[in-house]
Design a protein around this ligand. Sequence first.
Ligand code: ATP
Length: 234
Amino acid sequence: MIETEGLVHRYSEVAAVDGVSLAIGDGEAVAVVGANGSGKTTLVRHFDALLEPDEGTVRVDGRDVTEEPVYARTRVGMVFQNPRDQFVAGTVGADVAFGPENLGLDRAEIDSRVDDALAAVDMAGRDDERIDRLSGGERARVAIAGALAMDPDHLVLDEPLVGLDRSARESVLARLDELSADGTGLVVVTHDLRDVVELVDRVVGMADGRVALDEPTPAALDRLDEVGVRDPRC
Ligand SMILES: Nc1ncnc2c1ncn2[C@@H]1O[C@H](COP(=O)(O)OP(=O)(O)OP(=O)(O)O)[C@@H](O)[C@H]1O
């Protein structure tokens, strides 16, 4: 469970997140939508204590993320907008192993997690390939595998489909659908619901740093114009 209570984040004077109280349960698949600059990325970066609240609290399973950032990062896997920003090694296997290695797990457990994570994104057996020689879609899937190797309860993906062609998008979405069906919670940040509308059961709409919409998917679609987001049915 991810919870924020009265969360405020300011960059200098401007409140990018302005009093957000939100609870995301285990296994929920949530889209966080809103216009450019509405505070989506800033909000989700708090789930892993990548930013510090100016006001309010963020908890994962009831544990304050500022006090226990390592716990938050093992339970909430983060996949950034540009996967290039998150790779730490030159090859697929070494990169996916990095998180579990930092947990101090033994080699057999690390290898098993890497195998499972790569299989989950349809990249099994490609451990030795160089990341800089992969396509954009393959990189996106390796980034997801890196987060999955931590065996998280929730996966937070910030614009995971930007820059991918149709077949890469479909491949990533199919993997996310399977993960969701297996019980991994998904939080997908996007300003375009078209791709993920089938995937999510709840839509949180941000406007000016606040939650302006929080509804189950079918009902939410009728109110998207309130947060400046296009109705994917149109
Ligand atoms: N590092 C930063 N320093 C200063 N201001 C920032 C920084 N990051 C974001 N902002 C500002 O905070 C506000 C919210 O930005 P944020 O990236 O959270 O919004 P977003 O909804 O994710 O936007 P987008 O859809 O464009 O990615 C914007 O006005 C942005 O300019």
